[in-house]
Design a protein around this ligand. Structure first.
Ligand SMILES: [Zn+2]
Length: 107
């Protein structure tokens, strides 16, 4: 029987490689802790994407502009719709660069 793990760790280098493969430049931040680009490459939705490229990624923080750029490029690069759900709604990234933010409905 396969053991499940509570967390799967994605190396930020894997995110950096994905980013580089799309021609997306490294973006530095004051919290990079010695590795340029580490902060933005460690964001949860990017890690979730590398674990499950076909999945809907649900995150508890608003999608930052670097992740918006990343998923916009990725949708075009992979020719696949990418989705992530953040507190503002469902972000839908289409190949070609179109992005929709679908707000949640109130009950
Ligand atoms: Zn982000």
């Amino acid at each position: 029987m396969r053991k499940t793990r509570a967390f799967e760790k994605v190396n930020v280098d894997d995110v950096a490689a994905k980013r580089a493969g799309m021609g997306m430049p490294i973006r530095t931040h004051g919290l990079d802790v010695g590795q340029p680009g580490r902060y933005y490459n460690s964001h949860a939705e990017k890690q979730a994407e590398l674990i499950n490229p076909d999945g809907l990624h649900t995150v508890s923080r608003e999608t930052c502009d670097d992740c918006v750029d990343f998923f916009g490029r990725l949708a075009t690069h992979d020719n696949q719709v990418k989705r992530d759900a953040d507190p503002n709604g469902l972000n839908v990234f289409h190949p070609g660069g179109k992005r929709e933010v679908l707000p949640y409905e109130d009950d």
